[in-house]
Design a protein around this ligand. Structure first.
Ligand SMILES: [Zn+2]
Length: 77
């Protein structure tokens, strides 16, 4: 079975998502921020909002890393 919807990483913190097949649909959940989705064929329904504090913390860390990476590549070239 192919997973037609591209929902393999959490859109909030880029963590791997857990997928459980149950009764014709997938329950997709992020163990990091707690967001959950129900996936029916191409339809994705968010059933639980993420813990925004957790998600925003990670987003801030990722932004810092991108900034560091850009600074490093700018200094080496
Ligand atoms: Zn998440």
């Amino acid at each position: 079975m192919t997973f037609s919807v591209n929902l393999t990483l959490c859109p909030f913190d880029s963590k791997d998502l857990n997928r459980e097949y149950s009764g014709g649909s997938f329950l997709v959940s992020c163990s990091h921020c707690g967001a959950e989705w129900e996936v029916h064929n191409n339809l994705v329904l968010r059933v639980t909002d993420p813990n925004w504090e957790m998600a925003e913390q990670v987003t801030a860390i990722v932004s810092e890393r991108i900034a560091e990476h850009l600074a490093n590549s700018a200094s080496t070239s």
